[in-house]
Design a protein. Structure first.
Length: 167
């Protein structure tokens, strides 16, 4: 039994660890890993980037210039992450979701992907058209099969009649 059994969200786990510290019991570490594993990437990224600042609209913002008066979750998040994940996985998460130096690369990659979208839409339309053509061919083949089966049944009936007439 883990002391984290009643905790359901990653946010609640971070608050628990902030208040009482991280338990190093294997059951507790496994439960913490389960909680992080069930959380969405969006929730984990928000917790990993919360430094206790807000933007001019009052929303949490890691690049914000206004103090929110509360302690952010970033330090506690990475403290837990580096205790429950392999260091390579925790570092990869940091580089993907928090590291300022890699954010520029991610934006470039996203822009490259966005440039491909019109081509993808065209390919989707082509696929839809080809699927419709194939569906028409399939329906035509099914009609011909039904006609052929009907002829076969009629021929079998004639054959039976011919065989039984002389008997």
């Amino acid at each position: 039994m883990s002391r984290y059994d009643s905790i359901k969200t990653a946010t609640d786990l971070i608050m628990e660890v902030r208040m009482r510290g991280l338990s190093t019991s294997q059951d507790d570490l496994n439960r913490a890993a389960d909680i992080f594993g069930r959380a969405s990437i969006g929730e984990l990224a928000a917790l990993a980037n919360d430094i206790g600042r807000k933007n001019e609209k009052g929303e949490p913002d890691p690049n914000g210039t206004w103090s929110s008066g509360r302690k952010g979750t970033q330090q506690t998040f990475y403290f837990i992450a580096f205790n429950i994940w392999h260091w390579e996985e925790a570092t990869r998460f940091f580089n993907t979701h928090t590291n300022i130096q890699t954010k520029g690369c991610r934006i470039f990659d996203l822009e490259q992907e966005a440039a491909k979208i019109p081509n993808l839409e065209q390919q989707l339309e082509t696929c839809k058209h080809l699927w419709q053509l194939e569906e028409q061919r399939s329906m035509k083949a099914e009609r011909k099969l039904a006609e052929a089966q009907s002829k076969i049944t009629a021929l079998k009936a004639k054959l039976y009649d011919l065989m039984t007439v002389g008997a």
